[in-house]
Design a protein around this ligand. Structure first.
Ligand SMILES: [Zn+2]
Ligand SMILES: [Zn+2]
Length: 153
């Protein structure tokens, strides 16, 4: 494998207390308009990239407060104990463990893929100006993310 000089991708929460590195290029990214993401991110929607958990190094994991908000199970959302802003979200277990990381947490020069689609679009408080695929409803939204993850990260 050729060395990718853009790696690792680096980022942190808003205050910088919870920094992380991702040791792989990230191909999966989407926007979620669900009410929990709106509240968790304190934004109209979440714009997240998806990484395999084993590719992510959390530098100050002790500064992250993880909390489950609701089913599906094994879905933990991590907030920085210092600034209270999102760091990462963790879903799944074992080899299927993935992390959802807000795109805005990455350094400005990190090479991130553009978003692929919108989910929970029926919950949106802001219309999207582009024409990416849009999924509404719980099942369609969850399936879109499932297909994205199974399609390879
Ligand atoms: Zn912070
Ligand atoms: Zn959401």
């Amino acid at each position: 494998m050729l060395a990718d000089t853009s790696l690792p991708l680096r980022g942190a929460c808003q205050c910088g207390a919870c920094s992380f590195e991702v040791q792989a290029s990230l191909k999966a990214r989407f926007r979620c308009h669900c009410l929990i993401c709106q509240a968790f991110n304190d934004k109209p929607f979440a714009d997240v990239v998806v990484a395999r958990a084993r590719h992510v190094v959390l530098k100050n994991a002790g500064n992250i407060s993880f909390r489950k908000y609701r089913p599906p199970p094994n879905f933990n959302r991590g907030l920085c104990r210092a600034c209270g802003k999102p760091v990462v979200e963790v879903a799944g277990i074992g080899p299927f463990k993935v992390m959802f990381i807000p795109a805005s947490n990455f350094e400005a020069d990190a090479r991130l893929t553009p978003p692929r689609f919108d989910i929970f679009y029926h919950r949106r408080v802001q219309d999207m100006p582009d024409s990416l695929p849009r999924y509404s409803g719980y099942l369609a939204s969850e399936l879109a993310v499932g297909r994205l993850i199974m399609g390879g990260l």
